[in-house]
Design a protein. Structure first.
Length: 123
């Protein structure tokens, strides 16, 4: 179990900035948190999933709208969205017959933005 108290977690959810050394130590001692973090980074490591998340940073979209932006089939897009939803990176809501996807929270926007900025910095 993590040594991080609920107030620390709420503070981190309120802002997506750096966490305290104490909170970091608590997370690093929590096998569940480490496992979930590796699953998140595994999901981010796929080119198509990263493109989907990047598109969703610009706003919620349906599978059809994502398919128009990405060079993959509708079934492939749906498959990747299902994995991203399972990993807690995107959420889905029904709008009539359509399913609309959006990023789960500000942390996901931060992950994508920082990843892109770091990659651009390397070039």
């Amino acid at each position: 179990m993590s040594d991080v108290d609920e107030k620390d977690i709420n503070d981190m959810n309120a802002e997506c900035g750096p966490i305290s050394d104490e909170a970091l130590r608590g997370f690093l001692n929590d096998d569940n948190v480490i496992c979930d973090a590796t699953q998140i980074f595994d999901a981010l490591s796929d080119f198509t999933r990263f493109q989907i998340l990047g598109a969703l940073t610009l706003g919620e979209k349906s599978v059809t709208e994502l398919q128009d932006l990405l060079p993959v089939s509708q079934s492939a897009t749906s498959h990747q969205l299902r994995l991203l939803r399972d990993r807690g990176l995107v959420t889905a809501k029904r709008d009539g017959r359509r399913v609309i996807y959006s990023l789960a929270d500000e942390h996901v926007i931060t992950l994508i933005s920082v990843g892109l900025a770091h990659a651009a910095h390397l070039h």
